[in-house]
Design a protein around this ligand. Structure first.
Ligand SMILES: NC(=O)c1ccc[n+]([C@@H]2O[C@H](COP(=O)([O-])OP(=O)(O)OC[C@H]3O[C@@H](n4cnc5c(N)ncnc54)[C@H](O)[C@@H]3O)[C@@H](O)[C@H]2O)c1
Length: 324
């Protein structure tokens, strides 16, 4: 199915190796090159496939006429420069989140890709999670009625980074999902945070977003938390959906709960939750397939540069609030 895709991956660190394993499963021999400026996983790559070429020179990808798709999984501060070089060389690019560190750079990448009809996709992997797809389907069907409040908690002990704070590290996922469910942009953003472990690098942030149509949201992220919690709660006027990816089972639940306005006043309705099932697909596999199919079918990826730029604008606005 993907015989016309010839892939390279840039960056094979912790997350990049997940891309390497996944691409090898999907593409086999059509996954040709891995490039990393200082890779500590060379042995693991040759264990995965002896046919994958390893290079430290990006030009080996740029000059390979056969390569038409590149996944960039290097650190965020390198995304702009590497992605720009690849797009200018005529390659379709799936770059990890965040697309770049500043909106102007993301806008430039979008324009370059548009000019040459190249795909520019960003690894907002949660939008390829079958549970999130299911939530969107249920929201669109009106199962929970009018959207009112969304919140996302992404909490754990570590991994602590020094090049970015918790907001930049975790929140792109949550923003991306909230944007996807809302299909609009927030007109109010406020954010607070605190640094305990490293001076000036927030370990915990709480960000509030207000969307048109009286839809509100908050994102609570922390890497200084005693246990892992990944909880998304979506509240409407007819019911509520709760997705807890950190649970082993019953990850997605529908609660028919809320309040009706009656002549006598407010009436509470409260029912037992129902477990909602969803496909057992792996999000990263779905993300990569979506990228390859967007190239083959010449379609716009769900998490294209424009989606990622909106996420980046929110990241930046909240960041400025944190720093002020
Ligand atoms: N989608 C997700 O759920 C998810 C999860 C974790 C990380 N990420 C993203 O993936 C990216 C990589 O994160 P990571 O945790 O794997 O980082 P990492 O530090 O473990 O790995 C980065 C790799 O890139 C290499 N590298 C650095 N500069 C390079 C350059 N100029 N050219 C080629 N290679 C270069 C490094 O040598 C290293 O091997 C980041 O953008 C991060 O935000 C996404």
């Amino acid at each position: 199915m993907y015989k016309d895709i010839k892939l390279a991956i840039v960056g094979c660190g912790k997350w990049g190796m997940n891309h390497v394993r996944t691409a090898n499963l999907i593409l086999g021999k059509n996954f040709k090159i891995v490039c990393d400026s200082f890779c500590t996983n060379k042995d693991k790559i040759s264990e995965i496939s002896s046919e994958i070429i390893y290079t430290e020179n990006l030009d080996d990808i740029i000059n390979d006429k056969e390569i038409n798709a590149v996944i960039v999984s290097s650190p965020a501060e390198t995304h702009y420069e590497i992605t720009k070089k690849l797009l200018l060389a005529g390659k379709n690019v799936l770059v990890e989140k965040p697309i770049t560190l500043v909106p102007e750079e993301a806008e430039e990448l979008i324009q370059i890709a548009k000019k040459d009809n190249l795909k520019l996709m960003v690894g907002h992997v949660l939008l390829y999670h079958p549970a999130v797809m299911k939530i969107k389907e249920l929201v669109d069907k009106g199962i929970i009625g009018k959207l009112q409040y969304i919140y996302s908690n992404r909490l754990n002990l570590g991994t602590i980074r020094s090049e970015e704070n918790i907001w930049w590290s975790f929140a792109p996922h949550d923003i991306s999902v909230i944007q996807f469910l809302n299909e609009s942009d927030p007109d109010e953003i406020s954010s607070n945070g605190a640094d305990f472990i490293q001076n000036g690098i927030e370990d915990t942030t709480l960000t509030y977003l207000k969307y048109p149509g009286n839809v509100h949201a908050h994102i609570f992220v922390s890497w200084l938390h005693p246990f892992k919690e990944q909880r998304l709660v979506v509240i409407g006027d007819k019911g509520m959906l709760v997705f807890e990816d950190s649970l082993k089972s019953e990850k997605l639940k529908f609660y028919k709960k809320g309040f009706h306005k009656t002549e006598k006043g407010l009436e509470k309705f409260e029912n037992e939750y129902e477990v909602v099932t969803f496909d057992e697909k792996k999000p990263l596999e779905e993300e990569q397939k979506h990228f390859f199919e967007s190239i083959i079918n010449n379609t716009t990826p769900l998490t294209d540069g424009v989606h990622a730029l909106k996420v980046l604008n929110i990241l930046e606005k909240a960041h400025n609030q944190l720093k002020n």
